[in-house]
Design a protein around this ligand. Structure first.
Ligand SMILES: *[C@@H]1O[C@H](CO)[C@@H](O)[C@H](O)[C@H]1NC(C)=O
Ligand SMILES: *[C@@H]1O[C@H](CO)[C@@H](O)[C@H](O)[C@H]1NC(C)=O
Length: 177
């Protein structure tokens, strides 16, 4: 044996011990947080917005770039306006294409029903005005819907055109904590 073999072995052992130690510390750091991670829940719901076009704005302004519509629609459990209240849809729609073909929607679903009272979902996106079904993103939420992400479809059911009254069927699919 050369006089240098002993230090070499020591060095090798030290390196492998160091490697073992660092692996051990990674495992120790990984495990506790892994145990607290919950798989996200998925919630699906079908809601009905009772939409009345009120105020001085004539429907023809739907064809003008930059027009802003502010909405505060009651949301019910069925298309019937006298069915149980779920909450309100509060926010705005802006005609956002130069040729007025699409609108930007930014609004909150503010829940007031027993199951989700005080919780909200944030809806955002662009949609073609004349499409039968529009799809917007669900970008966030509060309360029962913290960390929400998903999508919502909107289909208008005309009810009373002369009064500017329609019901919008809204199907929401969200993943949340
Ligand atoms: C929702 O919460 C508000 C305020 O906390 C309360 O006044 C109301 O009764 C609640 N509604 C339901 C349906 O639980
Ligand atoms: C929304 O859900 C209802 C009830 O499940 C269904 O009949 C309808 O086709 C759905 N709408 C869209 C656009 O997926």
């Amino acid at each position: 044996m050369s006089p240098f073999s002993a230090p070499k072995v020591l060095t090798t052992m030290t390196l492998s011990q160091l490697f073992l130690l660092s692996t051990y510390s990674i495992v120790m750091h990984c495990c506790p947080s892994k145990a607290t991670v919950q798989p996200p829940q998925t919630t699906e719901m079908v809601l009905y917005f009772q939409d009345f076009l009120l105020g001085p704005t004539p429907p023809s302004s739907r064809s003008q770039f930059g027009t802003v519509f502010i909405a505060d629609d009651p949301i019910t459990e069925t298309p019937d306006p006298s069915s149980a209240m779920v909450g309100r849809a509060q926010g705005m729609y802006v005609i956002s294409a130069l040729d007025a073909s699409s609108a930007q929607a930014i609004f909150s679903i503010v829940f007031t029903n027993q199951a989700y009272n005080g919780s909200t979902l944030e809806i955002q996106g662009t949609g073609k005005q004349l499409e039968r079904v529009l799809e917007y993103s669900v970008v966030a939420g509060t309360g029962k819907f913290r960390f929400a992400r998903g999508y919502a479809t909107f289909e208008t059911i005309p009810m009373d055109v002369s009064r500017g009254y329609s019901v919008i069927q809204c199907n929401v699919t969200v993943r949340h904590d």
